[in-house]
Design a protein around this ligand. Structure first.
Ligand code: BGC
Length: 500
């Protein structure tokens, strides 16, 4: 594959020495992120092998392929008011969602950033943190509902869809145990516990009169919300996916193919299909096929879940800035990058030691915005990139340094987008979607797919290199599905028929 995106203009190439040691070394690093010709289709085949294995049995390291207990995709005519809780990564949102029944909805929400101390606390502290936020929200936006419930204890509770975007082994539409944490969380005593049940018990203790009717992965919510809101000229929505802090996808599978699913233990399931939360972040945890250069390796070792979600660590937003930072540290340690007096004064202490306070040496200090800004920068002096990165480094790199960083950033970004196409192509091929539908629609959400420059174009370009081919890709739409975690969760809560 070529290194630069076709969508990038090449009219204003910065004028620097392309034979310098720095430029040569940076090109070598950038090449470590270039996928070999033919890799994509091989990876798609491998993805489908691992997906079939996951549908047959659950193994610790395999693709989880989790039955979601959600079957019906919406029609756009659904109505009602619901509460949606959304814990996806950095933020916890509490929302009130009103479905209007004409593909539209309104939403009122309150968002808080989950403190790092909670992300590695205990189950008790974590659940109390969530319950506090729900209580605050209800007091602020549903005070009269709480009053009515006080007067009449038989009042119907408010139905809640709880988007909990971590791998959960679902046992019912509103029950499931946490398989493992991802995206920087590490609450050890929560693993193996039923998180929605624990939250429900805490909410009951506080007499809040809400009922968690569905626990939903954000990808399932995205599939539901895209089906509810999509413009009528798009095709049938077959995949809901997230490319944000983490990555994952959901699609619908006939129950007969989910051979690990014991239907006799789930009499409430009436449909012959069920949405599967693939947890594709865990594709190829054993690295049978995924590229693995020394920076990938380092990133993995620095995570709170080493050895797991290996696909996610090459594709999603939590990792792209960190990959770039590690490449810069490497070039710096070789005496090739950030060699100006201004840079040295910032990166070394007066004793000549490394300045550990600098973002350059601080793991996870640079998010995906850093490679994103470099990726789209077509100015001759790379001034937008210089401005952005100097906020992290406290000095301005030279033009030659900026060009080298850009080379690597684009390669990291392009690999991520190309790899994002693997499970998408896998699911489209596995479900024979192009044979069944004239047009196939993918609903996507997340900061990377929304904001990373050219990410969607690069995905499409990679999809065309698989057996779907350019003709197949012409029949596929990829649309941003806004707020799957809110609207989608509400739609799942609606689908759940029962109360306590
Ligand atoms: C989680 C998934 C989630 C995805 C996107 C991953 O880390 O394991 O459950 O859907 O992030 O938020």
């Amino acid at each position: 594959m070529t290194r630069s995106s076709p969508s990038l203009s090449s009219t204003s190439i910065p004028n620097i020495d392309r034979n310098s040691k720095l430029h040569i070394k940076a090109s070598e690093i950038a090449d470590l992120f270039v996928l070999e010709n033919g890799f994509l289709q091989k990876a798609v085949d491998q993805y489908n092998i691992q997906a079939l294995e996951g549908l047959a049995k659950h193994t610790e390291r395999g693709l989880p392929m989790i039955p979601s207990y959600v079957s019906d995709t919406p029609t756009g005519k659904e109505v009602g008011t619901f509460l949606a809780l959304d814990l996806g990564g950095t933020n916890f949102r509490v929302c009130s969602v009103e479905l209007h029944g004409n593909s539209t909805y309104s939403i009122v929400q309150k968002k808080t950033t989950v403190p790092d101390s909670i992300m590695k606390s205990t189950l008790h502290e974590f659940i109390n943190y969530l319950a506090d936020r729900v209580q605050e929200f209800l007091n602020e936006y549903h005070a009269s509902f709480l009053q009515e419930c006080k007067k009449d204890s038989s009042h119907k509770p408010l139905k809640v869809g709880f988007t909990f975007s971590f791998p959960v082994n679902q046992t019912h539409i509103n029950r499931g145990t946490l398989i493992r944490w991802t995206k920087g969380y590490d609450i050890k005593d929560a693993v193996g516990k039923d998180i929605p049940l624990a939250l429900q018990q805490e909410l009951d203790k506080r007499n809040l009169h809400v009922f968690i009717a569905a626990v939903v992965n954000d990808t399932v919510g995205t599939l539901m919300s895209r089906a509810y809101t999509k413009p009528s000229n798009c095709g049938d929505t077959v995949i809901g996916c997230i490319f944000g802090t983490g990555t994952n996808g959901a699609y619908s599978e006939p129950l007969v193919n989910i051979t690990k699913f014991d239907r006799s233990a789930a009499p409430e399931v009436k449909s012959d299909e069920m949405i599967i939360n693939t947890e594709w972040g865990s594709f190829d945890n054993d690295l049978k096929i995924l590229p693995n250069n020394k920076y990938d390796n380092q990133v993995n070792l620095n995570t709170r879940n080493p050895g797991f979600h290996m696909f996610e660590k090459r594709v999603s937003g939590m990792f792209l800035g960190e990959l770039l930072r590690l490449c810069m540290v490497d070039l710096h340690s070789q005496g090739l990058l950030f060699t100006s007096p201004e840079a040295k004064a910032e990166l070394f202490t007066t004793e000549g030691n490394i300045n550990n306070q600098s973002d350059l040496f601080t793991p996870w200090s640079m998010n995906t915005a850093v490679p994103a800004v470099f990726h789209s920068d077509n100015t001759p002096d790379l001034s937008p990139s210089a401005k952005h990165i100097s906020r992290h480094l406290q000095f301005t790199p030279t033009l030659e340094e900026l060009v080298s960083i850009q080379l690597i950033a684009r390669s990291i970004g392009k690999r991520a987008a190309a790899m994002a196409a693997i499970p998408l192509a896998g699911a489209i091929i596995h479900t024979r979607a192009l044979e069944k539908h004239e047009k196939v629609d993918i609903g996507a959400d997340g900061s990377v797919v929304e904001n990373y420059p050219y990410f969607q174009e690069m995905i499409r370009e990679a999809l065309a290199q698989t057996s779907l081919g350019p003709k197949g890709v012409e029949r596929i739409t990829l649309g941003i599905a806004k707020d799957g975690s809110g609207v989608g969760a509400a739609l799942c809560a609606l689908e759940a028929k029962e109360y306590h």
